[in-house]
Design a protein around this ligand. Sequence first.
Ligand code: FAD
Ligand code: SF4
Length: 483
Amino acid sequence: MTRRWLFADQLGPHFLDSPDQPVLLVESKAVFRRRVFHRQKAHLVLSALRHLAADDDRCSLVRAETYAEAVTEPVTVCHPTSRAARALVRRLPGVEMLPPRGFVTAPQDFVAWAQGRDHLRLEDFYRHARRHHDVLMDGAEPAGGRWNFDADNREPPPAALHIPAPPPIVEDEIDERVRADLDRWERDDGIRFAGRDGPRLFPATRVEALARLDHFVEHRLPLFGPYEDAMLAGNPFMAHSMLSASINLGLLDPVEVIERAEDAYRSKGVDLRCVEGFVRQILGWRDFIWHLYWYFEPGYRASNSLGAGESLPAWFAGLDADAVSARCLSDVLAGVRDHGWVHHIPRLMVLGNYAMQRGWQPGALADWFHRSFVDGYEWVMTANVIGMSQFADAGRMSTKPYAAGGAYINRMSDYCGGCRYNPKIRLGDDACPYTAGYWSFLARHEQDLAGNHRMRRPLHGLGRLSDLEAVIEQEESRGSRAP
Ligand code: FAD
Ligand code: SF4
């Protein structure tokens, strides 16, 4: 049987044709020379590759500077997850590329759904995927009679939330060797990493990933729904699954994750609002973002419809949470620095929102997210950052920019009470940088957003601000300083 070359994000059994297929794994140092990745991301990827090689004698692990040096015999490989990797695969002699795996909807089915539509919207794709794959359906109708429980899933955080923490990872001698190698690369090879090292927080093996999935379905899924969008300073994980890194490494098949969630509803009586909310993330959002990466033209990543040209300031790029007084931003940046992970709302409404308000370059921000998060990959960054978070594609995938002032963060978190700023104030020493930034952003882009009916009310609000000029001046003079 021809050997299967597995990229480091294709590590699960669903990337093989049979359990006894021989495998080629490649550990390439050049990847780490090209970009400054989070230290814990580098650790996770190397640990996952090396664990698979050690646990399974069908695998041969080749250490090489580049992939081209390592792939010297005929192999098959599943369609890789970036354009650059696909171009490489096409260039290498003797490599046969198979269709992609690790996602639910097939590319041709997505294209058939998307073609001829003026707007590509998650909700429409998600309903199509539910029907097509018969997920959470009772015959032709959605389970429970509703497609969407989002309105029930936007509760502000409760005063305290008791959710069992995910089971800890026990590091072993492979992790020890990875840590020693990364230390040596930093010391002797001039390779640089971002963020802090720390105990490995995410699964590197299928066994660890399955244990996390079991624990999530039993203990955390029943609480996933209502507080999905909430943030608590002392509880960064809330009821989120923390499975993105495992699914994106290929340790878990999204199909099995969805089946487990549906089974929790059908056989264990877990609240449909929680299960639907979770299934929407994977069958809906994850697949949607993946297909958009390939469906949109390669130039999509350079979209910049709002003309955002500012560089990322050093305090942000370098994850210097201590330089920041704004409590929400400082806490979230510290989460990225210490874990390489925060959940969706801090990514969108704290980090992305701040960047969009200040006109930071969308492409540079996408690169920062890719390098700084343990679950970051080229395919997942592009539509999430360029489209959803920065509205740099002029609304090809979202109906409006995710711009919000301090009032949103105050409603959805416990940050503002302990902050030196006041979310209600937009001018002066106590002005919340999100509130001031929001009005300043709207004023700057009034013309760009004028035709968007969902922005009509916020733009109308601009006219009522007698101090708008002063707010804009204040924000301009803040410049790139940490808030
Ligand atoms: P849960 O909240 O438990 O959701 C379940 C699963 O749904 C996730 O594990 C993930 O596989 C999937 N999912 C949900 N939303 C998305 C989405 N928008 N895109 C892709 N998958 C999704 N996700 C990544 O996997 N890698 C990234 O680098 C990444 N960067 C992001 C950057 C920005 C600016 C934004 C707004 C979102 C980003 N996301 C990314 C999507 C989402 O924030 C993460 O998938 C999620 O926070 C991971 O935590 P979780 O596993 O606990 O997710
Ligand atoms: Fe963040 Fe503003 Fe609230 Fe402070 S007041 S935590 S800066 S939203």
